[in-house]
Design a binder for this molecule. Structure first.
Ligand SMILES: [Ca+2]
Length: 73
């Protein structure tokens, strides 16, 4: 697929920063579940894990910005 434009990368970076609630550079299941529920949802850890799995290329339960960028290409 086409490489991302700088604009697309910037917006992905912004979103990543929002989802990485404790700002440690990874989105974990705990971060993502909390992020989803802050928006008024009622998501379980399993739900959050399911979403994250799509981006978690290393299968270590942590999603990095690089993985999100890769998943978005
Ligand atoms: Ca985090």
């Amino acid at each position: 697929m086409a490489p991302l434009t700088e604009e697309q990368k910037a917006s992905i970076r912004e979103r990543f920063a929002e989802e990485d609630l404790n700002h440690d550079g990874y989105i974990t299941v705990a971060d993502f579940k909390e992020f989803l529920n802050r928006k008024g949802g009622k998501f379980t850890e399993e739900d959050a894990a399911g979403f994250l799995e799509e981006c978690d290329f290393a299968h270590d339960g942590k999603v990095t910005l690089e993985e999100v960028l890769k998943a978005s290409e």
